[in-house]
Design a protein around this ligand. Structure first.
Ligand code: BTN
Length: 244
């Protein structure tokens, strides 16, 4: 694996680059068999089998156009409860799009970053013994999307009408991510950017959850990153699922 000369806010942990791979999640996991530094990153130009949060949803991205990476965090660097991690990563992406491009992204609970025209980034977190893998895909310079994503996905270049430097964005995201992991005010920061905050939504179970959908008004986020809803029967806290 080649070293990518980008600044990594995680105390000089390496950033590795691959032109093509199956999934950076697998590459990061393989690296951890050796003696890896917390904050080690694997970034790829193209993934043959990029994974999304749901097993039926692959993460497809055209070669060389998007930012696709996985950061490996040692377990003791992740705040408790660790279930907040996807929102912390999403917050880092949102702040980066704000500071670099002046955009106003929203965080769609639990793991998407939205612009007005659609989803621009997604986060996939995976715990393995001793580590957490945080996979982030940001649609940067992709102009065309497959038929099933037209209307729901967008990219930075479509929004800004210019190309963006993917690896400069990576540096910014790593900086905001390292900061957000220890930021005591990150919960209000997430809520300030929460999609549908104060509005009525329905949350349907994700593929691994059983049960009925829950409808209510979004009150905010709990300590574990759960969604707080005001329902007819009082407050409900939802730990997994998808907001409609
Ligand atoms: C989602 O929105 O469902 C999560 C998408 C996460 C995609 C990223 S791209 C880099 C990393 N490698 C993968 O295979 N998936 C994540």
């Amino acid at each position: 694996m080649q070293h990518l000369p980008v600044r990594n806010a995680f105390e000089g942990a390496p950033v590795y680059y691959l032109s093509e791979t199956d999934s950076t999640m697998d590459d990061a996991r393989a690296l951890l068999r050796g003696d890896a530094a917390s904050g080690t990153v694997v970034v790829a130009d193209y993934q043959r089998r990029g994974r999304g949060r749901f097993s039926h949803r692959a993460w497809t991205a055209s070669p060389g156009e998007n930012l696709l990476f996985t950061a490996a965090l040692a377990e003791d660097r992740v705040p408790r409860p660790t279930t907040q991690l996807p929102l912390i990563a999403g917050l880092a992406v949102a702040r980066s799009l704000e500071s670099r491009f002046g955009l106003r992204p929203r965080l769609k609970w639990p793991n998407d970053v939205l612009l007005e025209s659609g989803k621009v980034a997604g986060v996939l977190c995976q715990g393995i013994p001793g580590w957490f893998l945080v996979g982030i895909g940001v649609n940067c310079n992709q102009e065309q999307f497959p038929a099933d994503l037209v209307g729901s996905a967008t990219s930075l270049s479509r929004t800004l009408l210019r190309l963006v430097d993917r690896f400069a964005l990576l540096e910014t995201i790593l900086g905001h991510f390292a900061t957000a992991l220890t930021d005591p005010d990150r919960r209000p920061a997430v809520e300030a950017r929460l999609w549908r905050m104060g509005e009525r939504v329905t949350v349907v179970p994700g593929e691994r959850e059983a049960g009925e959908g829950v409808s209510g008004t979004v009150l905010g986020i709990g300590e574990a990153g759960e969604l707080r809803l005001a329902t007819e029967d009082g407050e409900r806290r939802v730990y997994a699922g998808e907001v409609l």
